[in-house]
Design a protein around this ligand. Structure first.
Ligand code: HEM
Length: 162
């Protein structure tokens, strides 16, 4: 693993990303824009699943409309994040907020997959109906995990020397 990181560090891609004045800021803009869409859509979903918000909306329709937005936006976030990472891979792998963020991303992914497999088909279409416990627990866990992902992501910049 560390040999792979060393090879990436010595690559022309890292040289370009770290030396070009515009590459990192532009990637960061793409990252912030796309993760805003991930967080915005997922928070609406989670607030609805926990019953804390958007209760006049049918949860099924909300999921059908918003999950594709989350997935597409996450694709762009992951892509821009990988290029940001490639600008100084050795420094990022050594930074605790970055490592923690990856662990939290894996947990958020596992939580979403668990909900998809165990609870998604039990979500009622009608707005007034109570949601199953699996939906409420998974929505609450998701709110917490994505908030921590945002916090650790923001923290990276205070640990890394650019
Ligand atoms: C939806 C998921 C994600 C969220 C919410 C998120 C959040 C953030 C935040 C808040 C920042 C700081 C932005 C700033 O200070 O201007 C950031 C930066 C960054 N993210 Fe993400 N991120 C996500 C996914 C990823 C992924 C998948 C990767 C790579 C594997 C990644 C790698 C990075 C890197 C390398 C930085 C630059 C940190 C710095 O030097 O300031 N992110 N992210």
């Amino acid at each position: 693993m560390s040999a792979l990181i060393d090879r990436l560090q010595a690559s022309p891609l890292t040289t370009f990303l770290s030396e070009n004045a515009y590459a990192f800021p532009l990637l960061e803009i793409a990252h912030v824009l796309s993760f805003s869409l991930v967080l915005g859509s997922i928070f609406v979903i989670d607030l609805r699943l926990t019953g804390l918000g958007w209760r006049r909306w049918g949860a099924r329709a909300l999921l059908d409309d918003l999950v594709p937005v989350t997935i597409w936006a996450f694709g762009f976030t992951a892509l821009s994040g990988m290029f940001l990472f490639a600008s100084q891979p050795q420094a990022y792998v050594a930074a605790w907020p970055f490592r923690l963020k990856l662990v939290l991303l894996a947990l958020a992914g596992a939580n979403a997959l668990g909900f998809h497999l165990l609870g998604a088909d039990k979500v009622p279409a009608e707005a007034g109906e109570r949601l199953p416990i699996v939906a409420r627990v998974s929505g609450g866990a998701s709110l917490l995990l994505w908030t921590l992902i945002l916090a650790t992501g923001r923290f990276i910049g205070f640990v890394i020397v650019h």
